[in-house]
Every structure is written in structure tokens, then in C-alpha cells.
Design a protein around this ligand. Structure first.
Ligand SMILES: [Fe+2]
Length: 471
């Protein structure tokens, strides 16, 4: 008789003393969660909330955040704001257990948005760091310096374990705070956060009150100053308001959040790529032109063939608007971009596409819908093992609240859906296995409300031992 053990979607059979291991992707087969949550509209935290506290001291640096600063993870961009005067744009940094302090000089800028003038926004790139090393860094001058730290990723390579967090549509409500706290206290311990767009929701206020960009910057500092947040832009970053003279899209976002787009030969910070550990991450812009001949299209067309899966087995795409979502709100908004890019995602075996926009959680089966050519009428998603898994993680907890209305019946391509706030983790074990988990805010920090083992389609497990090592 075989003995069956089941843990996290792994089925283990012990048969006549011989261990036979089956790994099955967890496919609930179209489950709409029956979980009952509090549906009250989320309210923004008041301006005097402790999470928005201005650090003490004259002109003290605030809103400190970091992101990857080059293509491979040896660079970091440090950004911060000084409120009263430009001060210094220099970052002092040193590796743990060393005496040698180095410094890098950045730039400072300000911008105006209608009747708002920003503080002094600093961006400083640090290059040529050692891999897998803890660094301390210091910003500010005089009596108001502030010190933080980060850890660089291991050198890029196929079997480097690495854990990404996933948050989208965060805003600055009490629920946003719960989401960030759950991410911080999740024992899985995300090392870098992939942010799928819609950051501050400052545009919900009259004249897109940019003071709410400042409060948001102070809110996320407790995480974003210590680990890179990888940015992608959503519709709430567009800030296009020509009636009040603000006709340049993405103005606050582009001034506040610098990304290393030139390192991947992109011509815009709205789309770019990075390598980090064993992952290749492509960031796309749902609200920039993506049709044929556009800069984003041409960049992606050249970018996908460059991905060396021997070096980075895991190919992840992040963007704001999902291709597949079975919620009624925002239904089919990603359709035209899907028509343009889905075929490439299948051809290049993208492992997983993370998106936000829809304020809920949803995970798809591996499906594609690329057979349609207008005359053949073949326009239903079909099972396709070359296709990505599509995950909507737009449930960060902003002031617009959850979306709860779903198309019925649940489409077969939708594996699991639930309208609750939460965050995700993508835990790469080695070249062949990664565990995605979704964590609902109402649960304990270690609870996985939904999870899926992803098997790399390029790298099959070499042996039973490698599978056991993975789990
Ligand atoms: Fe959105």
C-alpha cells in the first residue's frame, strides 16, 4: 500500500520502500472563495497618523526609498525628499563589517503640480556594489542624517533562491497599512517587492493634491528604504489634468520614482527590465502606447529574445492592467494589450504575469487565447502549458475599496478568485520550482490563503533529490 502525504500541493507516495514523488500544480478548478470579509469602504489614514510622521530635525530626509539601479543587481537608486532646502544629494554607504565609507553624489529636483510645489527630491545611483552583501547608507547632513540598510541580491544565476513580494493598488488607507504590515511580518520574508502599479491615489483628492504623494512616501519608507521596490505605473500615476494646466502624463510619478530603464536600453522609465538572482523581470506600461511600431512594442520585441533562461530560468512580467480578469469592474480593459502581446508571452514561455488594477485577487490556469484570426471564430481561452499563469494582485487596500461583482459562471480559465485585501509572495527555490502564495490580511501572518507551485517549463527537475531539496 502506498502512503500519501500532502503538504502545500505536493503529493508524496511511498511505495514498497521506493519514494515516488508527484508534484502537482494546485488547480482548484475554478474556485470562487466563500470567505466573508468586511466590505466597508476603506478610509484613508488621517494626515496626523503615526505612519505619516515627519522625521524630526530641520530639513530631515523623508520618503526614503530604494530600487534596483542597474541591470544585474549591483546598483541601487536611493531617493528621498528634503522639505526645506536642497541640502545634500550625496549618499554615504559602507558594507557591513568594513570601515571604508564611500559616497555617491546624486541629483536634486523639484516639480510643480497646479498649486503644489514639491520638496527637494533627491535621486542618487550607487554602482558596483558587491553581490549578496549588507550595506548601510546615510542621507542628510549636519544633525539630521538618517541611516538605513539594504542587502544586495546574490549574483545572477539559475539556482539562486530568491523571494519577491507582490503588492498592487496600495493607497494609504487603514487597509493599506494592514497589507504592508502583513507583508513585513510574513515569515516567507520577501527580499524585494514587485509593485504592480497604482501607488498613492493622490489623484483621488481635489486637483490631485500632491501632498498625498508625500504622505504615501513617508508611509512606505519603513519597507522601501530597506528593500528595493520595483516600480510599474498604473492609471493612478497618469495625473493627466489639462483643465488645470497639467497635460504631461505621469508627472509626479516620473519625478519621484526613478528606475534603471536605460540599463535595458529602454527609452522610457515606464517600461524596462532587470535581472535579479534567478529571475528576469520585465516591467510594462498599460497606459503608454503599445501598438505595433510604438517604442514600447519595439523594445519588447527586442527584449524577449534576449532573455537567457540558462542564466535566469524565471521570466516574470509585471504591469498594471490584467489580460485575464473575471471581475465585472474593469472587465476586458486589458484586452487590446493582450491582443498585441499574449502571443509573445506564450512563445517565450513567460512563467507568470502579475497585474493589479482590479481590487481583488485572482489566479488563472495556464491558458492562452491566441488562435483567433477574425475569420476562424476561435476566441475561447484554451489550456496551454506554454502560457503564463496570470495573477491579479490589485488588492493592496486603497480608498476605492474592493470589487466584489464577478462574472458568472466563473470562467474555466479562472482557477481561484476572492475579493479580499492582501499581498503575494513569489518564492523561487531553484531553477525548476517556485512557490507563489497569496496572503489575506484577515489571516495570521504565516497563513497562505491560496498557493501554487510553479514548475519551470524550461528546466524540468533533474532528479527526485532536487524536488525534495526544493520543498
Ligand atoms: Fe488601477
Amino acid at each position: 500500500m502506498g502512503v500519501r502525504l500532502e503538504f502545500d500541493g505536493i503529493l508524496v507516495f511511498s511505495l514498497l520502500g521506493l519514494n515516488v514523488l508527484w508534484l502537482a500544480e494546485v488547480c482548484e478548478g475554478g474556485l470562487t472563495s466563500s470567505y466573508v470579509r468586511n466590505d466597508q469602504l476603506s478610509r484613508d489614514m488621517p494626515l496626523d497618523s503615526d505612519v505619516f510622521r515627519v522625521p524630526p530635525g530641520y530639513n530631515a530626509p523623508q520618503q526614503v526609498h530604494i530600487t534596483q539601479g542597474d541591470h544585474v543587481g549591483k546598483g541601487v537608486i536611493v531617493s528621498w525628499v528634503t522639505p526645506d532646502e536642497p541640502g545634500s544629494s550625496t549618499v554615504h554607504y559602507w558594507a557591513e563589517n568594513t570601515e571604508l565609507k564611500r559616497s555617491a553624489k546624486g541629483i536634486v529636483l523639484t516639480y510643480k503640480y497646479f498649486n503644489y510645489t514639491s520638496g527637494y527630491i533627491h535621486h542618487c545611483s550607487i554602482f558596483d556594489l558587491e553581490f549578496d552583501t549588507k550595506y548601510f547608507y546615510e542621507v542628510g547632513i549636519g544633525n539630521t542624517t538618517r541611516k538605513f540598510w539594504f542587502r544586495t541580491p546574490p549574483s545572477v544565476g539559475p539556482d539562486v533562491p530568491y523571494t519577491f513580494g507582490l503588492i498592487g493598488d496600495l493607497g494609504q488607507t487603514h487597509d493599506s497599512n494592514r497589507t504592508l504590515t502583513h507583508y513585513e511580518l510574513n515569515p516567507v520574508k520577501g527580499q524585494t517587492l514587485l509593485f504592480v502599479g497604482d501607488l498613492s491615489y493622490a489623484d483621488a483628492y481635489p486637483f490631485h493634491d500632491n501632498n498625498r504623494w508625500d504622505t504615501w512616501g513617508r508611509f512606505i519608507e519603513r519597507s522601501a528604504a530597506y528593500q528595493p521596490w520595483i516600480w510599474s505605473a498604473g492609471n493612478h500615476e497618469i495625473d493627466f489634468l489639462p483643465d488645470i494646466g497639467e497635460g504631461k502624463p505621469f508627472k509626479p510619478y516620473r519625478n519621484r520614482f526613478y528606475v534603471p530603464y536605460r540599463a535595458s536600453r529602454s527609452t522610457s522609465p515606464l517600461w524596462y527590465s532587470i535581472k535579479r538572482a534567478s529571475a528576469y523581470i520585465i516591467v510594462l506600461s498599460s497606459y503608454s502606447a503599445y501598438g505595433k511600431y510604438t517604442p514600447q512594442y519595439k523594445w519588447l520585441e527586442k527584449e524577449l529574445p534576449k532573455v537567457n533562461r540558462t542564466e535566469t530560468p524565471w521570466l516574470i512580467v509585471i504591469m498594471h492592467c490584467p489580460f485575464y480578469s473575471s471581475y465585472i469592474h474593469h472587465y476586458m480593459e486589458g484586452e487590446s494589450m493582450r491582443v498585441m502581446y499574449e502571443e509573445w508571452f506564450v512563445e517565450y514561455k513567460v512563467d507568470v504575469v502579475f497585474a493589479g488594477h482590479v481590487h481583488a485577487y485572482e489566479r488563472s490556469e495556464r491558458i492562452s487565447n491566441i488562435a483567433y484570426n477574425i475569420v476562424n471564430g476561435i476566441c475561447t481561452p484554451v489550456s496551454d502549458q506554454s502560457a503564463p499563469v496570470y495573477i491579479t494582485i490589485g488588492d493592496g487596500g486603497n480608498l476605492e475599496g474592493l470589487v466584489t461583482d464577478m462574472t458568472e459562471p466563473q470562467p474555466r480559465y479562472s482557477a481561484y478568485r476572492e475579493a479580499s485585501f492582501g499581498h503575494g509572495t513569489f518564492d523561487i527555490k531553484n531553477r525548476s520550482h517556485a512557490l507563489f502564495s497569496w496572503h489575506r490580511n484577515q489571516d495570521g501572518y504565516a497563513v497562505e490563503a491560496d498557493s501554487l507551485w510553479l514548475h519551470n517549463r524550461i528546466w524540468k527537475p533533474a532528479s527526485e533529490e532536487s524536488i525534495i531539496a526544493a520543498v
